[in-house]
Design a protein around this ligand. Sequence first.
Ligand code: PMP
Length: 461
Amino acid sequence: MTQFENLTPEQLVQKDRENVWHHLMQHQVFQTQEPVIMVEGKGCTVKDIRGKEYLDAASGGVWCVNVGYGQDSIAEAVYEQLKQLPFYALTAGNVPAILLAEKVTSLLPGLQKVFFSNSGSEANEKAFKMSRQYFRQKYPQKDKYKILYRQRDYHGTTLAALSATGQSERKTGYGPMAPGFVGDLPPAYCYRCHYGKSYPGCNLECAHALEDIIKAEREDTVAAVILEPITAGGGVILPVSEYYGIIEEICHKYEVLLIFDEVVNGFGRTGKWFGHQHWDVDPDMITAAKGMASSYIPLSATITKQYIFEQFLSDPSDKMSYFRDISTYGGSLAAFAAGRENIRLIEEQKLCENSAAMGEVLLDGLKELESLPIVGEVRGKGLFVGVELVEDKKTKTPVSETFMGKVAAEASKQGVLFGRTNRSIPGHNNIVTIAPALVVTKDEINRMVSTLKDILVSLSK
Ligand code: PMP
C-alpha cells in the first residue's frame, strides 16, 4: 500500500502507538491489540487501513456524522469558502454565518439568536455564561447564578461543562469542579426508577423533584437548568410524555431558564430536527454541535430567545452589559458553509423522515431481543436506540465491562461497529447503542440487528 505517504499499515500502526494519545481509551489495550486506523467512508460504511470494511452503527463512533460519509457537496462547499474567504472573526458579519443562522432559527420556532462556537462543550459554556450574565443584569440585587443539571446527562469535557455533567465517574481525578452547579435532579429513567415506582402509576416524582431542588437552593439563586432532551451517552434515557411539561411549568414558576443540550439529539438524530420537539415544550436556549455540520468540520452553536439577547442591550450606558465573549474559530466561515450544506442535504434527502422511518424498523427489530435473558430493555427514538444488557432480569445487575468489550470486539470482527453508553464507566457501561447515519437503509438496519442478536445469543450461552 503506497497511498498513505508511502507508509505501510505496519509503520502507521507503529507511529500511532508511538505518538497518538487516543480519546477515551485505556492505552493498555494497544500493547496486545492493534489500534484500528480509519481511512475512508461512504454512506454508513468505513474502511480501515488494512482495507477491512465496517458497517458503522455509531456514526463516527460518537453519533455525529448525521448525513453519512462521502457527501461530497459538503467538502465542495468548504473548499469554495476557503478559497473565497477562510476567516474573519465574528466581530464582523459574513455571508455564510448570516445564512446559516437564519436557516437554523427557521428550524427552531421561538428561538432567534445564534452564537457560534466549535464544540458541544463550548456551546454549553456559552449557555451558562449567558444565563448568569442575563440574570445579573436583570436583577442586580439578586445573585441568580446556579446551574442545575440531571444525573446521567453529559454536557462536555471543559471544566464547567464537566461540572454540569451528571456522571460523577467522569469527574474522578479532575476536581475540584466549578462551584455553582447542582446535580440533584434524578434521571427520568423508568427502567431503573429512582423512586422504585413504575409509570404510569407514579406521580412523575422525577420531574417534580426540580421544584424541591429549586426551593432547597432558594429560587433567587437559580439561573438555569440544562437537560439533554433524550439522555444520550448516559444511557439512552427517554422521559415520558408528561415530563417536560412539568419541568417547563416549574421553570416558569421560579424564573429559571430551560436549556436543552441538543448536541447528540439535534439535526435529525431522533427522527425530528431537534429532540425536544418530541414534546410540547418551549426552551429558552438550546445548544447544538455534532450533527450541525455532520462533524465534517467542527461547528457548534448556542441559540437563544430574543428576550435573552435583548437583556444584553438594555443599558447602553453600562460598558460591561454586552455579552463579552468570543470564540476564535467560532468564526470559521468554512464551518458555516458546511453547516448550511449539511442542512440542505438533510432537507433534500429527507433524512429526518428517514431517521424516523428507519428508527421504527430498528426499534421493532431490536425489541425482539428483549426475549433474551440478558436484554433488560430496548429503548430509543429515531436512529438512537440502546439495548441495555443485564446479568439478571430480576436484579437488573448490569453486565460487566468485560462482557461489553466482548460484544464490541466480536461485532467489529464481523464488520459492524456499535457504540456504547458510559464507555469506561464501571457499573453504567452496559448499553449497546445503535445510531447509524441518517442515510441508513433497511438492509443495513437488518444487518445491525441480526449481528447483535447472533452475538448476544452466542455470548449468553
Ligand atoms: N453534550 C452532549 C450531550 C454530548 O454528548 C457531548 C459530547 N459527546 C457534548 C455535550 C460535548 O461535546 P464536545 O465533545 O464537542 O465538546
